[in-house]
Ligand binder design. Structure first.
Ligand code: C2O
Ligand code: CU
Length: 504
């Protein structure tokens, strides 16, 4: 039975519903924190680097003693980390050995439209019959005359004319991003540059990428997802009982459940990414460090801040990144420091643990000035647009809509002129983390006020709170073409909360 309109259209409690694991949950803080392998280029030539990734099925021992089938970039979850240089053309050859079509998006990338991973630009499985009717083709695929479908493999070419930042890559297939990412199709892509290299920030093994996400496990060790067996059929990717988004009860960091990392008593740079489908976190340290706030934020989604900023806790919505420095030197050796989630309950209150193992030299520092950010002023904007992100009925089923409409590849919702500065004003019925492709933006206002301590810097994803308007300001430059903007709650995205803008 479908859900009644009253529940759907009335106030919604949360963003996400818990799907409980059918196996006993493991003891936390036993599994060592894995760090994803850094991918080596197959070729470096002039100012271009070439990488190759095979998307394939594999199994992983995520919960001790259990084997979990995954879909992985190079068969791992998270996928390998790509480390590239700002300004060098990075091309990644992706070969699809999975049983379903895929689309790769570099989240946060300033990417020409043909390589941006548009949701209908499918890469069909190697050996597929060459007929997208074999895939999960809601009729809309056939109605996108601009879709570029490739057989088996393709290159994604990234000019990376952008500053150093913590980017990530993940699947983006129309209607099926939720189940594909849940199964493991996500990895880090770190862009580095000279500005950042010149700073004395913690580096080497004192710089840790932390991909935080939640999963639920079935009795046989596989990931539990409401529609995980539907991925080959012609139905949308989400079971109707999970319209609000899928949340698991196991917190993974870099693919390991509640891991533990032994760290020297020095500063560490934590590049936090929330890669969850729907779960939001508020991260804090327990115990908090004596004398001072837990985190010094040095960067946001799109790289370094102008100046560092300290926080006791940090809210992280799906797809957001926070670049944080924690000084473990403030704790006595032997302290167990737990990274906690103030929005969780029970097992999801904890994320991971650091064990302060030994004294060590620390030559790192956090400079008072980190990078230059050109502030965009309200007066620079030529256009103000408004978009409402709300649930509603899409035919007879629940959908998540922008201005009352579900995603369609053929409808352009905004046509910014290339180079123009625009203000986009968002309103929402509940939490929706809104992401714009191509551009970075600054948060101008939240609820009519200055954006608050966590909204600083250059961002590409902003979390909307129920009933609160948020204004962002962006310069739409880079490339001409069709790009998506959408809610990054992946179930909301799959259920229609996505639109198009076309830079002209
Ligand atoms: Cu991280 Cu359009 O996505
Ligand atoms: Cu949403």
């Amino acid at each position: 039975a479908g859900l009644g309109g009253s529940r759907l259209l009335g106030p919604v409690r949360s963003t996400g519903e818990l799907l409980a694991s059918q196996v006993p949950l493991p003891e936390p803080f036993r599994v060592p924190l894995p760090v994803p392998r850094v991918l080596q280029p197959v070729r470096r030539e002039g100012d271009a680097d070439r990488y190759e990734i095979v998307q394939r099925e594999a199994t992983a021992e995520i919960l001790p003693g259990l084997s979990t089938p995954i879909w992985g970039y190079d068969g791992t979850f998270p996928g390998p980390t790509v480390e590239s240089r700002s300004g060098r053309t990075t091309s990644v050859h992706h070969r699809n050995e999975l049983p379903v079509p895929t689309v790769v998006h570099l989240h946060g990338g300033r990417t020409p439209p043909d390589a941006d991973g548009y949701a209908t630009d499918l890469v069909l499985p190697v050996g597929a019959a060459g007929n997208i009717h074999n895939g999960p083709s809601k009729h809309m695929y056939m109605h996108d005359p601009d879709a570029v479908v490739t057989m088996g493999a393709r290159d994604y070419v990234y000019p990376l004319r952008q500053r150093a930042a913590t980017l990530w890559y993940h699947d983006h297939r129309m209607d099926f991003t939720g189940p594909a990412v849940y199964r493991g199709l996500a990895g880090f892509h770190l862009v580095r540059d000279e500005v950042e290299d010149a700073l004395p920030l913690p580096h080497g093994d004192r710089e840790l990428p932390l991909m935080i996400c939640d999963r639920s496990f079935a009795e046989d060790g596989s990931f539990r997802y409401p529609s995980i067996d539907n991925t080959l059929r012609t139905v949308p990717g989400v079971d109707e009982s999970y319209v609000e988004g899928v949340m698991g009860d196991v917190i993974l960091v870099n693919g390991a459940p509640w891991p533990v990392a032994e760290v020297p008593a020095t500063r560490h740079r934590l590049r936090v990414l929330n890669a969850s489908n729907a779960r939001r976190y508020e991260l804090a340290l327990d115990p908090p460090p004596p004398g001072g706030k837990a985190f010094t934020q040095i960067g946001s989604d799109q790289g370094l801040l102008a100046a560092p900023r300290t926080h006791e806790s940090v809210p992280v919505a799906p797809a957001e990144r926070f670049d944080l420095v924690v000084d473990f030197g403030r704790y006595p050796v032997g302290t167990e420091v737990t990274l906690v989630n103030r929005l969780g309950s029970g097992p999801t209150e904890r994320v991971m643990r650091f064990l302060v193992a030994r004294r060590a030299e620390d030559d790192s520092a956090i400079p008072a000035l980190l990078s230059e950010i050109e502030p965009l002023e309200r007066a620079q904007a030529t256009v103000t647009r408004e978009f409402a992100f709300r649930g509603g009925l899409m035919g007879d089923r629940h959908g998540w809509l922008i201005d009352g409409q579900p995603f369609s590849p053929t409808r352009i919702d905004a046509r910014p002129r290339l180079g123009d500065v625009e203000i986009w004003r968002f309103v929402a019925d509940l939490h929706h983390p809104i992401h714009l492709h191509l551009v970075n933006f600054q948060v101008l206002s939240r609820g009519g006020h200055a954006p608050g301590p966590h909204g600083i810097g250059l961002k590409d994803t902003v979390d909307l709170n129920p009933g609160e308007a948020v204004e962002v300001i962006a310069r739409f430059d880079g490339y001409r073409g069709r790009y998506m903007f959408h809610c990054h709650n992946l179930e909301h995205e799959d259920m229609g909360m996505m639109g198009n803008f076309e830079t002209m």
